[in-house]
Design a protein around this ligand. Sequence first.
Ligand SMILES: [Mn+2]
Length: 419
Amino acid sequence: MKILHVADLHIDSPLAGLTAYEGAPVEEIRGATRRATENLVRRAIEEPVDLVVVAGDIFDGDWRDFHTGLFWVDQLGLLHDAGIPVVTVTGNHDAASEVSRRLRPPPNVTKLSDSTPETKIFDDLGVAVTGQGYATRSVTADLAASFPDADSKLFTIGVLHTSLDGRPGHERYAPTAVETLRAKGYDYWALGHVHKREEVHRDPWIVFSGNLQGRHAREVGPKGATLVEVQSREVNSLDALELDDVRWHDCELDVADSRDPDDVLSKVTECFASLVAADGERLCAVRVDLVGASPAHDALWRDPHGFEAEVRSIANRTGRVWVEKVKIDTARGLDLARSREDDAVGAIAARIADLRRDPELLHQFEPLFSDVHRKISADARSDDGAPVDTRRIGTVDHIRDCLDASLETIVALLAGEQG
Ligand SMILES: [Mn+2]
């Protein structure tokens, strides 16, 4: 018997940081969560699997219109036509309170209750699936604690959207303990919510399948679903299927030995070529991060936008790489503190060092940020999806960081004039 465990499809959620520059494969990126869902359904039918279990966050939130729901019901219909049953629960993103529109799924689909643990039994398979979805977005109770004990005659699957005992970067929803899950006597726990795939425990298996499609630059590497093979009520094997349509890569390049931007660009070209060679037909979403104390530092900082455009142009030529962002995190070889006060660079560096040391002076800059405070929302995220600590904006610490960044730019510009 084959069971396909999937979670966190987030259908129609935008991939974060989508910049529509000339030549960017915008449509392909926009449709990535749908293409991954199609890959999932196609694979389920090809295997074929006997059951699909979905552990929440099918949707990213309320549907903008019925297109999202129609797409999902169409995909479920393909599974129906292939005779494959599906059991789903909701998660925090698609909790009952969050999704206002409804469409009737085909009869092969069982959506377990959002208010109490519910069990669906498949007599023909000898399988029981127990789970509970989310009535509201923020479920802080241990839902698993009130799941019934397993029926020892059936292969029992628990399905739950949960942060378990806590995972970095994931909100604490329906928290529970490995020990609580073990004590239920189930054979397999199909978990959702944590986007990084993890086999938490074996005997019994407790597994996060991870999300189906990476959504931002911190969700790198293969994404997909977990194929579980069961023989005489024992898990025989687990297989991490790669079903993502667009794959995220963090391309950190040490450019310490690059003499100038041309040198750096040849490194970028090599990096893109190896990604394309490794990833088959898949589109690569790439964050380029240049690091190292490099002789090319000043030239890179002098015209970061021009450099970024060169990188994007190289990406366009591969036809399969989309550049999310180019970060220039290089350092200058020379030590600013040792440059002389009487040259321009040294004078500016000394002035900024004075400012950094004097909180009274730094406070004067606070009004510059009051507009930003008014306009930014409290739950703002940076373009890589990380939460922005809005309370930090305009603080002395933040102003110091701004000064450091402006020093880099000024020195790079001056070095250009002198050179
Ligand atoms: Mn979730």
